[in-house]
Design a protein around this ligand. Structure first.
Ligand SMILES: Nc1ncnc2c1ncn2[C@@H]1O[C@H](COP(=O)(O)OP(=O)(O)OP(=O)(O)O)[C@@H](O)[C@H]1O
Ligand SMILES: [Mg+2]
Length: 422
C-alpha cells in the first residue's frame, strides 16, 4: 500500500528569492526514484538531487512516467519515495491503481501533473498519494515536496541552523556568534543553542560564564549514543531560552574529524531546538566546510583588511556555488576603526563581494575586553551600547523574525501611555 497523504498542493516558488520563513528541513537517508515525462521536470528533479537538503537521499531518475514505473516495480522493490510525472487525468488514476498493487508498504508517492483541479487532487489523496505538485516544477519545489514528506507539520519552526565563521582567525566571529545567539534568545524569545565547534580553544563557555563538565566532545566521540535525551543532558543552560553545547577547550586529545562527524549531532539538535548557532572555527576541513554548506544561513565575519577581503570573497564564491538554491551568505565587518590602522572601507568590500555587509561593528576594546573578561554579553555590560542594537538586528536578519518583546521604556512610560490614550 501507498501511505496516506497529508499535504495540500503547493504553489510554485521563485527560486531566486525564497522568503526567510520558508524553511525546508533536510531529508533523511531515503531512496527516491523519479519517472519523468518531460526533460524540464527531469532537469528540475536532477538539480533538486544536488541540493544540500537532499544530500543524504539517493536519487535515481528515469524517463517514461507512470508506465515505466509500473514496469520497473513489477520485479524490483519500491524505494522510500516515488516521483511520477504524468500529463493526463484518467491515466494518472488508472496508473496509480496499478502501481498500488506492486508498491511496498511505506513507499510514498509524489505526483507531478499539469491539471490544477481539486476533484483530481481529492482522488489522488484517496489513493494515498502524499503530494501533488503542479508542473512546471522548479528545483526548490521538488526539494520542498520530498523533504516535506519527512518533517512533521508541527516541526515547522524547529531546527534552523545558523553558521557563523571568521574570514580570518581572531576577527571576532565567536564574540559575534555568542552575542547574536544571546539576542535571539532574549529579544526574539526563540529557544536557541550555541554549539562551540572550536573544540580545542572555544570560548563560548568563558563568554557565557559557564564551566560545564560535559559538552560537544562527549557527543562527537560517542556517535552511537546520540539521541535527543543524550544531547539534552550535554547542554548547559545559560539563560531562559539559551543553551550551550560547550567545547572542552582541552588539549589531551586532537580533534581530527571525518566530514560527517557532526551530522547526527546537528540532526538531533534540529528536532528540538528552533535555532542552532554554530560557532565555526576559522579552519578549512571537510567537516567545517560541511557545517557551512549544510547550514540554513551563514554569517561571515571579516575585519577590514585585504586578507579578510580575499578570504570572504573565496568563502562566498564557494558557498554560492555549492548552495545554488539558497540565500547567499551574509557578512559583517568587525573591529572597524582601530586607531592608526589603514582599513579597507565597507564600500570597497561591498564592491568586491557584490553585496553590502549587514553590519559594521566598531572596534571598542574597552567594552569588548570587559565583556570577555567578565564572561558577559555586550548588552549586559552596556545596554545602550551601539553594538547591542546591531547584534539584535543581525539576530533578526538571520532568523527572519522581528522583535517580540516590547522595549522596556522609562519609568514614565505608563504615564505617557495614559496621556496618549486620552
Ligand atoms: N568589535 C570589537 N572590538 C574590540 N574587540 C573585539 C571586537 N570583536 C571582538 N573583539 C575581541 O577580539 C578577540 C577575538 O575575538 P573572538 O575570539 O570572538 O574571535 P574569533 O574570530 O572567534 O577568533 P578565533 O579565530 O580564535 O576563533 C577577543 O578578545 C574579543 O573580545
Ligand atoms: Mg572563534
Amino acid at each position: 500500500m501507498i501511505s496516506y497523504a497529508r499535504q495540500d498542493p503547493k504553489e510554485q516558488l521563485d527560486v531566486t528569492s525564497p522568503p526567510l520563513d520558508d524553511h525546508i528541513a533536510p531529508a533523511p537517508r531515503v531512496s527516491v526514484q523519479a519517472f519523468c515525462e518531460t526533460m524540464e521536470t527531469a532537469a528540475a528533479v536532477q538539480s533538486a538531487g544536488e541540493d544540500r537538503r537532499l544530500g543524504k537521499a539517493h536519487l535515481k531518475i528515469q524517463m517514461g512516467g507512470m508506465a515505466a514505473a509500473i514496469e520497473a516495480y513489477r520485479t524490483a522493490p519500491t524505494p522510500n519515495v516515488i516521483i511520477l510525472e504524468t500529463e493526463g487525468r484518467s491515466d494518472i488514476l488508472v496508473g496509480l491503481d496499478q502501481l498500488a498493487t506492486v508498491c511496498d508498504a511505506g513507499t510514498r508517492v509524489i505526483v507531478i501533473g499539469r491539471i490544477n483541479d481539486v476533484a483530481l487532487y481529492r482522488e489522488l489523496v484517496r489513493r494515498g498519494v502524499s503530494d501533488y505538485v503542479i508542473a512546471p516544477v522548479n528545483t526548490l519545489g521538488v526539494v520542498r515536496s520530498i523533504c516535506g514528506l519527512f518533517s512533521a507539520p508541527e516541526a515547522k519552526a524547529v531546527g534552523r541552523i545558523i553558521a557563523i565563521v571568521g574570514a580570518k582567525g581572531g576577527v571576532g566571529a565567536s564574540t559575534i556568534a555568542h552575542n547574536v545567539a544571546w539576542a535571539i534568545a532574549r529579544d526574539l524569545a526563540l529557544d536557541s543553542v550555541v554549539a562551540d565547534l572550536d573544540l580545542a580553544f572555544g570560548t563560548a563557555g568563558l563568554d557565557y560564564n559557564q564551566d560545564p563538565p560535559q559538552g560537544i566532545a562527549d557527543a562527537v566521540f560517542s556517535p552511537d549514543r546520540i539521541d535527543t535525551a543524550f544531547i539534552d543532558r550535554l547542554l548547559s543552560k545559560c539563560t531562559d531560552h539559551l543553551s550551550l553545547l560547550a567545547a572542552p577547550a582541552t588539549l589531551e586529545r586532537v580533534y581530527d574529524f571525518g566530514d560527517d562527524a557532526f551530522d547526527s549531532i546537528f540532526d538531533t539538535l534540529r528536532t528540538t531546538m528552533p535555532c542552532i548557532v554554530l560557532d565555526v572555527p576559522h579552519q578549512w576541513s571537510g567537516w567545517t566546510r560541511r557545517a557551512l554548506v549544510g547550514a540554513d544561513d551563514i554569517l561571515i565575519v571579516a575585519a577590514p583588511d585585504l586578507a579578510n577581503l580575499r578570504n570572504t570573497k573565496n568563502i562566498f564564491d564557494l558557498l554560492k556555488a555549492s548552495r545554488p538554491n539558497d540565500r547567499t551568505p551574509l557578512y559583517c565587518l568587525n573591529q572597524v576603526g582601530v586607531p592608526k590602522r589603514p582599513e579597507i572601507n565597507a564600500g570597497e568590500f561591498a564592491k568586491a563581494i557584490e553585496g553590502q555587509p549587514i553590519a559594521t561593528i566598531p572596534f571598542d576594546p574597552q567594552v569588548f575586553g570587559l565583556a570577555a573578561n567578565n564572561g558577559q554579553m555586550i548588552a549586559e555590560i552596556s545596554a545602550n551600547h551601539r553594538t547591542t542594537e546591531m547584534f539584535l538586528q543581525i539576530a533578526q536578519r538571520l532568523t527572519g523574525r522581528g522583535e517580540t518583546k516590547k522595549p522596556r521604556g522609562s519609568f514614565l512610560s505608563p504615564l505617557i501611555d495614559k496621556l496618549r490614550a486620552k
